[in-house]
Design a protein around this ligand. Structure first.
Ligand code: ADP
Ligand code: MG
Length: 559
């Protein structure tokens, strides 16, 4: 039997692929399992149009068998199998996808569950194996064939025996080297973990013989080992189920299982979008701020699945920074992936999904604010700062999205209020939305500047967060009411009748003010008589846009 050569391009591609396309070795298993699942799907789709063929779901599965002694890992499936020609065409020519061709042929018949399309996934097996053997018996034939390859050298095909229709992929796992360990791909726990991570939602059972222990019969305290076949994957993902089939607990379990957080989620959002872009998503708003949330180490992102197969752990493009606290996953059939699957080919669909998700999060937060105020305040205490950063960043382009989600402590009963609430109860003669900045509510309340506004019966927003005032400067005005710091020069408050003698007072004390200004010359621009003092002898006020608190922050900023 003569050894056939891979085509020249194929040879180069194979080397490249083994060394560089995939970032993680473990994904070879995802690729081989996806192929097995595709092969079963093909029987399923064929059965739809072929009366002779009955698809009984129980007969279709993928099975993994690891043998440490021979260092082999076998991935078997009961799928459609490959003819000699298929082996030659689909495995002999790299970047040729039999599955893509199948999808095209069966377009009328909705073959969209099939995962394969690039014709390279199979070769990822060479990242962990020296030799790959494929034994396959195609549907409707009695003859099986064996394809063997040691990588870039080429491959051989010979006839062989195989009892059932389907395919066995036998990997001769590489020996450990000083730098690289391959033993793990023969370990039961490791294989299970990889299956769970990438292939948990493959629609057919992925089985493995698993060693367990049980109490020995007729003995006390003794155990015996036994082997039992287990299905490792959960098959139907929770996001494919109907919302009304699922309980609060199901969502909480999924959150914990996925380790999105160690808290209980405050709220979940289950999306089943079927408009111009089809996707499903389960998103969570955590209850607590993760310990690293406001640090550089924190990585935002959602898990991204394409048709039930995990593509990316943390897809950052799916979330705007101001919603970076959201956890969860997105599954879409509409994504165009490139060959490594880790990179997305075109981001048009992704952008659409991201936009959709953003709006959905916003609407859900708004509903929470409206209907479950206490919960919303818990949320806001954990992540409100991030929303305010959001208003401030990107030159205020997000303020429309976010301004109605903000809460500030108000002088009125020291409760958290929205801008909407503040404005809706402003007395008619009140021109501005007043705010006062300071380190704490206690300190703000001691500020002499708050007195005149409070005396008027106007509400004041207390800004205790560095970012508050910056965010408000971006919003500029809410419902046409501008924001005004209580320490700004002109408060827009009508003077009371007894303030008439002002200018007289100013004149009487001219010398005093002059000499005070002399003494404070590098610290103040003017010393004036003030109309706003009630019980304090003196206060500082500013002219222009930057308030005293902002000045402090700006001065503390590096650079
Ligand atoms: P893709 O899955 O993107 O098409 P692969 O390199 O993973 O590319 O596989 C190449 C082709 O080999 C597949 O399209 C399919 O036709 C065939 N193939 C691979 N594995 C199997 C299998 N287990 N059963 C049947 N056909 C298979
Ligand atoms: Mg594939």
């Amino acid at each position: 039997m003569s050894k056939k050569q891979f085509q020249a391009e194929s040879k180069r591609l194979l080397e490249m692929m083994i060394n560089s396309i995939y970032t993680q070795r473990e994904i070879f298993l995802r690729e081989l399992i996806s192929n097995a699942s595709d092969a079963i799907d093909k029987i399923y789709y064929r059965a739809l149009s072929d009366d002779q063929l009955v698809f009984d779901k129980d007969n279709y599965y993928v099975k993994l068998t690891a043998d440490k002694e021979s260092r082999t890992l076998t991935i078997s499936d009961t799928g459609i199998g490959m003819t000699e020609e298929d082996l030659e065409n689909n495995l002999g020519i790299i970047a040729k996808s039999g599955s893509l061709a199948f999808k095209k042929e069966n377009e009328a018949q909705d073959g969209h569950n099939i995962i394969g399309q690039f014709g390279v996934g199979f070769y990822s097996a060479f990242m962990v194996a020296d030799t790959v053997t494929v034994i396959s018996k195609p549907l409707g034939s009695d003859q099986a064939f064996k394809w063997v390859s040691e990588g870039a050298d080429g491959y051989t095909i010979v006839p062989c025996e195989k009892a059932e229709v389907g395919t066995d992929i036998i990997l001769q796992i590489k020996e450990n080297t000083e730098d690289d360990r391959y033993d793990e791909y023969l370990e039961e726990y490791r294989l299970k973990a990889i299956i769970k991570k990438y292939s948990d939602f493959i629609r057919y059972p992925i089985k493995m013989d698993v060693k367990s222990q049980r109490p020995k019969e007729d003995s006390e305290g003794e155990f015996e080992e036994f082997v039992e076949e287990q299905t490792i994957n959960s098959m139907v993902p929770i996001w494919r189920k109907n919302k009304n089939e699922l309980t609060q607990e199901d969502y909480e379990n999924f959150y914990a299982e996925k380790r999105y957080g160690f808290d209980k989620p405050l709220k979940h959002i289950h999306i089943n979008a079927e408009g111009s872009i089809v996707y499903r998503a389960i998103l969570y708003i955590p209850e607590n701020t993760p310990f690293d949330y406001y640090t550089k180490e924190y990585e935002k992102g959602l898990e991204l699945y394409s048709n039930g197969v995990l593509i990316m752990d943390k897809c950052a493009d799916l979330l705007p920074d101001y919603f970076s606290f959201v956890k969860g996953m997105v599954d879409s059939e509409d994504l165009s992936l490139n060959i490594s699957r880790e990179l997305l080919q075109h981001d048009r669909q992704l952008k659409l999904i991201a936009k959709n998700i953003k709006n959905s999060i916003k609407n859900n937060l708004q509903t929470l604010l409206k209907n479950e105020r206490e919960k919303y305040e818990t949320f806001f205490k954990a992540f409100g700062r991030q929303l305010k950063f959001g208003v401030y960043s990107d030159y205020g382009t997000n303020k429309e999205t976010l301004q109605d989600l903000l809460l500030f402590t108000s002088s009125k009963e020291k409760k958290l209020v929205t801008l909407e609430e503040y404005v809706s109860r402003m007395p008619e003669d009140q021109k501005y939305i007043y705010y006062a900045s300071g380190e704490s509510i206690e300190r703000i309340e001691k500020l002499p500047q708050t007195e005149i506004v409070a005396d008027k019966g106007y509400e004041i927003l207390y800004f205790t967060d560095d970012i508050d005032e910056f965010a408000i400067k971006m919003i500029m005005a809410y419902k046409e009411k501008e924001f005004k710091s209580v320490s700004s020069g002109d408060l827009g408050i009508e003077p009371d009748a007894d303030d008439k003698q002002d200018s007289a007072e100013e004149n009487d004390n001219k010398d005093l003010f002059e000499s005070m200004k002399g003494l404070l010359s590098d610290k103040v621009t003017a010393v004036k008589a003030s109309k706003r003092l009630k019980s304090h002898p003196v206060c500082l006020s500013t002219e222009g846009e930057v308030t005293i608190e902002m000045e402090k922050i700006l001065k503390a900023m590096p650079g």
